[in-house]
Design a protein around this ligand. Sequence first.
Ligand code: GDP
Length: 326
Amino acid sequence: MPTALITGITGQDGSYLAERLLAKGYTVHGLVRRNSSTVRTRLDPLFYDKDVYNERLFLHYADLDDVTTIRRILHKTMPDELYHLAGQSHVGASFEIPESTCQFTAMGTLKLLEILRDLPTPPKFLHISSSEIFGRPDESPQNETTPMRPVTPYGIAKAFATQMTTLYRDSFELFACNAICYNHESPRRGESFVTRKITKAAAAISLGLQDTITLGSLDGRRDWGFAPDYVDAMWRILQQPAPDDYILGTGIDHSVEDFLAIAFRVVDLDWRDYIQQDPRYLRPAEVNRLLGNPSKAKQQLGWTATTQLPEIVRIMVQHDLRELQP
Ligand code: GDP
């Protein structure tokens, strides 16, 4: 059975992807950053499965700039497929920490590509790119040929990593691909992203644990999909006969205000009674509207984002209610 290596295995996508690949019979190796905490909640179901952890799932310590360590891990594990998910993925935070965002997201990807270039039999490589590369695009919806016009440090770092991935495919014959992912959410989404912040607040307010929710701009529009759908597409990209880039989105956009309304409706409340706005959450430059055209993924991968926003929100709010219930 094939072997996969995942960078960013402890994140939302990494944990779903690991589960998906293990269910398909893969051996899965994950890179994790060394720190004093060993709490990796998203991987808990796998840790406690004694047929899986340290049998078919293995974790290795390495930061993305530990080139020597990563090279050693690649030589030792000899993966067939490398899914590169790691990086600083919060757009708002990228304005506070642009240097480390670029160091990990941009240079981290280039360093991986450099390692692969030197391997005698490099694994197939998938870079998880982002719709943020389009920034303020000239066209809507965006497709694989839409010019990149990023307007945030995160988007600029991702544009660099995306173009390097394409360059290494064209120049060094690597099987290197980009999954250009629009926002994708789930109960495992980090709590600083607007979706999870809203579903958690709706649950907490309905349980009497919180009084208000404080947000920034409510006008932004995003193409929000369901993370478990997206990791399926990631796997499909690496099963194609030739490497290529794909837009992964739902083709439908909603505003932050729409998201609020749907989430509070799940708990029978009106969001307008609880909202507060704080300029602290405004960004120096805002991406107004991102909408993907996933036609190529549909035609070539046979993939569509099946879970629609109202269902995603319901799943997230209900999960947060269960988690917060005393
Ligand atoms: P992004 O598309 O990767 O930036 O995903 P986010 O979930 O971080 O933000 C989505 C949209 O929600 C952006 O337009 C943000 O400006 C907007 N937003 C409004 N209030 C907040 C907030 O309190 N936190 C976050 N993260 N985003 C907010």
